[in-house]
Design a protein around this ligand. Structure first.
Ligand code: ASP
Length: 329
């Protein structure tokens, strides 16, 4: 029988009323509680659980995810796949970090819930069931880390939470890569798992700022970025990768000291490379040493840059690797 191990981190999927709160919910269910809610798996898949953390996902940090990746990479038990349950608010970031950090060739599936277990139509147990079925199936092999909610399978590198409450909150740039129907996972579009991540031993956290450009922006928030201790900046630029002229010199100066990445605030599509020639256009910015996020959105770019900065490699090497990753997508 296939064996799937679940790491639970908290989040809405684990939240019910506690003694003090009968209106609001907090995390009360641990990993064992979650898997005990799925007796129908008994004959099909062996499931075990570790309660890794029990927090809302707003509390998660990259340090937590580094520890989790380490646990998964060094897990001694024989498993067909791993499922991680957590809050949906940061799943788009944690899943991408795990995708980059896990080098074991087993499926890793992240899931959560949009409706907590006290609500009608709660989706957590269905999402967990689907995730375990996927993690134990051959369909998920070679995909790296994926996210499962609402019967859909999303690639970690493209998935994003796009709605505050909807059951279909999770969407991807190119749509889902697969579905789970009648308990059977089907992967229709395959993404290639990253082949061996070059991150060495991780050093302490290097903060990376994420700034969204707005109409008429004069970039004053950028002025103090160095003093605030940031080691890199992601600019969620306008449209295909554009900023107002007022920001151009500031960004060029900053890019001499630290990586400055241009992503798009639109949330979809690739950053342009060779279309516009005006001041603040993509060709102008790349000519001034800024980095191109390609298909990655601002949040995913930030995770990639944080991991590269923590690896302690040189700025030119960070530029090379960032470029390599973006082109491998
Ligand atoms: N605020 C919750 C969290 O991210 C939302 C969720 O789990 O869906 O922990």
């Amino acid at each position: 029988m296939k064996h799937v191990h679940v790491f639970s981190l908290g989040g809405t999927i684990s939240m019910t009323h506690d003694d003090k709160n009968t209106n609001t919910v907090v995390s009360t269910l641990n990993g064992e509680d979650l898997i005990n809610g799925l007796p129908e798996l008994q004959e099909k898949v062996k499931v075990s659980a570790t309660s890794f953390m029990q927090v809302p996902s707003t509390q998660l940090t990259l340090d937590d995810i580094l520890l989790l990746a380490d646990r998964i990479n060094n897990l001694e038990m024989e498993t067909s796949g791993i499922v991680v349950t957590q809050g949906t608010d940061t799943i788009e970031e944690t899943s991408f970090a795990l995708d980059l950090l896990i080098h074991r060739h087993i499926p890793v599936v992240l899931t959560g819930a949009m409706r907590n277990p006290t609500l009608r139509g709660a989706d957590g147990s269905a999402n967990l069931l689907n995730s375990i079925l996927l993690a134990s199936s051959d369909e998920a092999r070679g995909l790296g880390t994926v996210v499962v909610l609402n019967d859909e399978i999303h690639a970690a590198r493209y998935v994003r939470k796009t709605h505050t409450q909807s059951l279909s909150a999770f969407q991807s740039n190119f749509g889902p890569i697969g579905w789970i129907a009648e308990g059977k996972p089907k992967v229709a579009l395959r993404v290639n798992a990253y082949a061996g991540c070059p991150f060495g031993k991780m050093g302490p956290d290097v903060p990376v700022a994420l700034l969204t450009v707005t109409m008429g922006d004069d970039g004053r928030l950028i002025r103090n970025i160095r003093e605030l201790g940031y080691g890199g900046v992601i600019i969620e630029a306008l449209g295909g990768g554009h900023v107002p002229t007022a920001m151009v010199n500031m960004l060029e100066e900053l890019a001499k000291d630290m990586p400055v990445v241009i992503a798009s605030r639109t949330g979809n599509g690739r950053i342009l490379e060779q279309t516009y020639g005006y001041s603040g256009s993509e060709t102008d910015l790349f000519g001034r040493g800024l980095l191109n996020a390609g298909w990655l959105d601002g949040r995913k770019s930030r995770i990639l840059l944080q991991l590269l900065l923590r690896s302690g490699i040189s700025y030119p090497e960070i530029k090379n690797l960032f470029h390599k990753f973006v082109n491998a997508l």
